[in-house]
Design a binder for this molecule. Sequence first.
Ligand SMILES: NC(=O)c1ccc[n+]([C@@H]2O[C@H](COP(=O)([O-])OP(=O)(O)OC[C@H]3O[C@@H](n4cnc5c(N)ncnc54)[C@H](OP(=O)(O)O)[C@@H]3O)[C@@H](O)[C@H]2O)c1
Length: 339
Amino acid sequence: MSDLPERLAGVSAVDCDGRQALVTGSTSGIGRAAALALGRLGADVIVHGRDDAAGAEVVDELSRIGADATFVEADFASIDAVRQLATTVRDKTDGLDLLVNNAGGLFRDGTVTDAGVEFTFHVNHLSPYLLTADLLDHLREDARVVTTASDAHKGATLNLDRVRGDERHTGLAAYSHSKLANVLFASELARRLEAAGRAVTSNSVHPGAIPGSGFGRFLPGPLPALLRRLEAVPGVTSVADGAAELLFVAVSPRMDGVTGRYVADQRPSTPSTAARDRDAARRLWAESAALLGIDPPLAADSPVVTGDSAATDDSAATDDSAATDDSAATDDPPSGRDR
Ligand SMILES: NC(=O)c1ccc[n+]([C@@H]2O[C@H](COP(=O)([O-])OP(=O)(O)OC[C@H]3O[C@@H](n4cnc5c(N)ncnc54)[C@H](OP(=O)(O)O)[C@@H]3O)[C@@H](O)[C@H]2O)c1
């Protein structure tokens, strides 16, 4: 039987009492396990997904722990649904301490969303981008944004031509591309937050390869069931292990002030060359806004004001000191704002 994520992440003693967390994709898999762990640590948790029954179960479990929990349904293939999710979160909370952008997966069908965007890119990248943009001024001063990426990003280079409804762009190639977008998004967000004078941190995380989650559910035939059975094999990364990776980035004191990093095995790691391409990150930021029909968030002409901080500077896009540095690859544990 696997251990609790909070123990695996070394954060059992972290007191999250009074903290408000939104964990997207927490009806299943590592998001569910992370949401429950956050509840055990004392956080109030907004559970998100599409499956009402699964969401109600997670909320029940959190309530039994004593956590204040709510389920909000939103399909990440829909711009309107994501905007409504952000509105509901704003209505239900007076600020967020933790936004975990975790919803997503490997999808089989090469479909196009009603925004005219390739499905996997829309669900895995465009929706967390929009949700984060809509919640930026609702994030508390020292909030953390955690984006679940994957080492699968390492096979991809950014190709924004393909996300405009190329139905041949599907399966693993589309997944890998969307996870590259997650890493680029998280580090670009970090640079822009920092340039805006915000103490909010943004990091992406590789949770490991976790066969026991619902991740393989779109695979054909008996593969999903076979994958789930692998969870019981000694040495295989469990759902709790994957949730621990999220928790570490979300609440560990060792991540205090650490931002713009790709984290794997509970330490900053070096993502692929394509994921360290500043120009690609800037293009992704601008193109994502264009695809959604919104102004790019945290740009020089769209200041975000919360509390005593204001975003008035687009120099984030040209700051060369951030997480693209190979020195990010360190075996040392993170110890403060380390770039
Ligand atoms: N498992 C792995 O090996 C692995 C490795 C690296 C990265 N990851 C990443 O980890 C994250 C979580 O995956 P998991 O392994 O825990 O898989 P999972 O058990 O399938 O969980 C996926 C979660 O995302 C939600 N979701 C999926 N499609 C959605 C949509 N269209 N709209 C709204 N919510 C949606 C699901 O909610 P509903 O079921 O309620 O729709 C579910 O809560 C993903 O971002 C995945 O890419 C997983």
